[in-house]
Unconditional design. Structure first.
Length: 394
């Protein structure tokens, strides 16, 4: 018998696409990576040595741990929400070393082994790994393609029938939390105000909390009057809002994220007391990053503007050549593939024949064949890759 936990019984063998990409990287042969989502690899101008200046702070020579995070760091995060029109107390904020850790803390707070959480489909595969490592089961609720408005292509929305129609499986009826990605990755749809209402109704009925992942919240493509605001201001349902500077400031290497706890007062107080013990067990957030956070947020308007400009430029170029699915925000674009070829077959063919790497939709558990592209890719790489993508017949 092997001495490994069941929670790590993953399918470890690499698939054909992974093997092909690894072979490219080992050979040194250049290829056009259209799924690059690490902003530090995307040739942005904001990545300047000045960002490091605030790490040279004499306060970093002392260690004064706080399970919720340093007060001045939490005050900076509270100001971020104040600029959205939300009044969030620093006491409601827990600073973490990344949103993955934030997810783990909330899963540990809410769920016993084999309890369930609901998560959207499509969405990014990291959710299943994070839940599994915390002994939590993920049950998917579907996003559906809404009817196109005017001449635009369809986009995704939360299928209200998933929450309104009684389902037979006991686990769906008794989840510990409903997970929302606001806006979703990779479909780019925000939770709308009308969707929020039926989610609230479902959570009241099932006593479930909401976990809202808002790392892409700031990157909105257009005015969306039906868009719900940040869930950090939610008062009716126990809610855990996750965000961080990996996307908001394009600084994933600095490892600062957070949880905002909100909802009915008695539940919030107990949740925060329990979370404080969980966070105190780890104390994982670095002192230098917390001390630099206020100065980094001064860069927020410029960084957000530069990233959005890149997203708009690449999305506009892509739309000239392909009918892309409608979306409201985020860093990604989806192309629906017609014909008999699978999305994996197309991605392999594209890599082998045109030296272009995109993600197949099944990585994100899409129903049907899709290609996923990152809109923050450097424009010259993106445009050449898309031009090569045009050469393939689907």
């Amino acid at each position: 018998m092997k001495p490994f936990a069941k929670r790590t019984n993953w399918e470890i063998g690499a698939n054909a696409l992974t093997l092909a990409v690894e072979a490219y990287r080992k050979s040194g042969k250049p290829f056009f990576d259209l799924i690059q989502s690490n902003p530090t690899h995307c040739q942005f101008d904001y990545l300047k040595p000045e960002l490091l200046k605030n790490l040279e702070d004499e306060r970093n020579l002392a260690y004064h741990p706080n399970p919720r995070g340093m007060l001045h760091a939490r005050e900076t995060i509270a100001l971020y929400y104040e600029n959205m029109g939300l009044s969030i107390s620093p006491e409601q904020i827990f600073v973490t070393a990344g949103t993955s850790e934030a997810y783990s803390f909330v899963f540990r707070l809410l769920a016993n082994p084999d309890d369930t959480v609901l998560a959207p489909q499509p969405s990014y595969p990291l959710l299943d790994y994070l839940a599994g490592l915390n002994d939590v089961k993920v049950i998917r609720y579907p996003l559906s393609l809404r009817a196109p408005q005017g001449r635009s292509n369809p986009g995704f929305e939360i299928a209200s029938s998933s929450f309104r129609t009684p389902r037979n499986d006991r686990e769906f009826k008794n989840p510990k939390a409903v997970m929302l990605i606001h806006p979703n990755n990779p479909t780019g749809n925000y939770v709308t105000k009308s969707e929020l209402e039926f989610i609230r109704k479902f959570c009241r009925k099932t006593n479930a909390a909401v976990i809202s992942d808002e790392v892409f919240l700031d990157f909105c493509f257009k005015e969306t009057p039906e868009q719900a605001p940040s869930f950090a201001g939610e008062k009716e349902i126990l809610t855990f809002t996750l965000s961080g500077i990996s996307k908001i400031l394009g600084l994933p290497q600095m490892k600062i994220s957070w949880i905002v706890v909100n909802g009915p007062g008695d539940l919030v107080q107990e949740a925060m007391s329990r979370l404080e013990i969980i966070a105190d067990t780890y104390l994982s957030v670095s002192t230098p990053s917390q001390n630099a956070l206020e100065a980094w947020f001064e860069w927020h308007p410029a960084i957000q503007s530069e990233i959005l400009e890149r997203i708009f430029e690449n999305r506009q170029f892509l739309a000239k050549h392909f009918p892309i699915l409608e979306a409201e925000g985020g860093w990604y674009a989806m192309l629906q593939i017609p014909g008999a070829q699978s999305d994996e077959e197309i991605t392999l063919k594209l890599l082998q024949e045109e030296d272009v790497f995109v993600h197949p939709g099944y990585f994100y558990e899409t129903e049907g064949n899709y290609l996923i592209l990152s809109l923050i890719t450097a424009p010259e790489i993106f445009q050449e890759g898309v031009s090569r993508l045009k050469k393939l017949s689907f």
